[in-house]
Every structure is written in structure tokens, then in C-alpha cells.
Design a protein around this ligand. Sequence first.
Ligand code: SAM
Length: 245
Amino acid sequence: MKHVGRSERMLDPGAPAVSAEPEARPDAASEIFGPRFYIAQRYAELLSSAGVERGLLGPREVGRVWDRHLLNSAVVGELLDPGDRVVDIGSGAGLPGIPLAIARPDLQVVLLEPLLRRSEFLNEVVAELGLAVEVVRGRAEEPWVRERYGGRDAAVSRAVAALNKLTKWTMPLLRPGGRMVAIKGERAPDEVHAHRRVMAASGAVDVRVVTCGANYLRPPATVVLARRRKQTRQWPARSADRRTR
Ligand SMILES: C[S@@+](CC[C@H](N)C(=O)[O-])C[C@H]1O[C@@H](n2cnc3c(N)ncnc32)[C@H](O)[C@@H]1O
């Protein structure tokens, strides 16, 4: 793995920055992907070849495709429970959803991506890697997406939108108590502070900034974690209560 010390923005120039340049322990990839390391290797090759040719990954990302993209994504698996039904909102070229699905075959992963070119790439990659992952072309806020793919245990995302918008898109896709897992940059605490009211109004509770992959990456991935508020029991109004007695 090649380590580059310079920080650069994500795949899209307009996207929010995600983190400082991570450097991984040399044996990190084989530990994280275990016996499925060869699948991760093939994904890294596809990202670095077809992904670059089709404009989904900047050519300068090739040298850091493992640390910055595959490992930074896969370590978020630390926050997911066995068998979780997960949606990756704004998957792009498959990040973080594909590395997660490789490292954690117990997860049921849906990759949600509105752009045709990207969703075509995702379908091809999923077929080539033989992953049991569903690719859906759509936007998180679309009613049909909410109806068909709502009720998830977790929604992951990376470099998709500011926290206010992202929380509004994410909460309706979660079951009550389900987890939002948003990979963010080092300024995540400021972003949480700036958007805490909108997040609460969107139904997010237990909002925290945590790090993942500290055993493997320096710096570890910074993640904004929140839960969808559980519905509280609706007690009948007092007058109605009396009428029923
Ligand atoms: C900067 S890219 C990040 C891609 C990938 N998550 C990564 O980290 O490399 C943002 C992605 O979010 C997608 N996106 C934008 N708005 C969206 C929405 N409302 N619902 C789902 N995806 C969306 C875009 O099409 C784009 O692929």
C-alpha cells in the first residue's frame, strides 16, 4: 500500500470532505477482509481501472485506494450488528457498501445510488465479485424508496450531504431504534453542533461522534452515529379516557 500524506477532497469536487489522509497498518487489509481478501483485491483493481476510466474515481486516488477507500469503509463494520439489514445511501462507486459487504458477508446490503452511470457500474461490480448485494437506482428521499427499502437496521453513508439533509434522508429508511452511521471528517463535532436541532426534529436521538478502525488506521475513521427515535406510547387524552369508563 502506498501512503500519501496530502489531504484531498472526495470523489466529487462539491462533496463534503470525509477525513484526513488515513494510513493503514501493513497487515490491516488481510485482517479486515480475512478469507475474502481476494474479493477486496479484485474490487480495488476494478476501482483503479474501470472506475477511473469511467470517471468514478480520480486518477490520483489509485495510490490510496486501499487506505482511503476500502479500509476506511470496511472498518465501519465495527458499528454494525450481525445480520443487520443495511442501506448505503449515495453509494457512488460502492463506498462504503461494497467493502462492508466483502468484509461482513453476514450483512444484507442495499446500495442506493441515483445516477445511471454509477448504478450501472455498481451492478457490474456486484456481479463480477459475486456479492449478494442489491443495487437500487433511486434517491433516499423518494417515497417509493422509503416504502420499499425502509425499516433498515442501519443506514451507512460517506461524503453524501451535510448532516441536516443527510439526517432527513436517513431517518425514514430506518426502523425505530435503527442506526445512522455517517462517515464524516474531523470536523464532525462542529457539524453535529451546527445541525443538532434539525437532527432532533428529524427523529435522531443519541447523536454521537465516534471513531472506527483505531487498530488499523491512523487516523481512524470519524463517524456520526445516531438512532431513529423509538415511537413513544400514545396515551388517550384525559377526556376520552373518562368517556370510556
Ligand atoms: C461524493 S459522492 C460519494 C460516493 C461514495 N459514498 C463515496 O464515498 O465514494 C455522493 C453520492 O451521493 C449520491 N447522492 C446524491 N444525492 C442523493 C440522494 N438524495 N439519495 C441517494 N444518493 C444521493 C450521488 O449520486 C453520489 O454518487
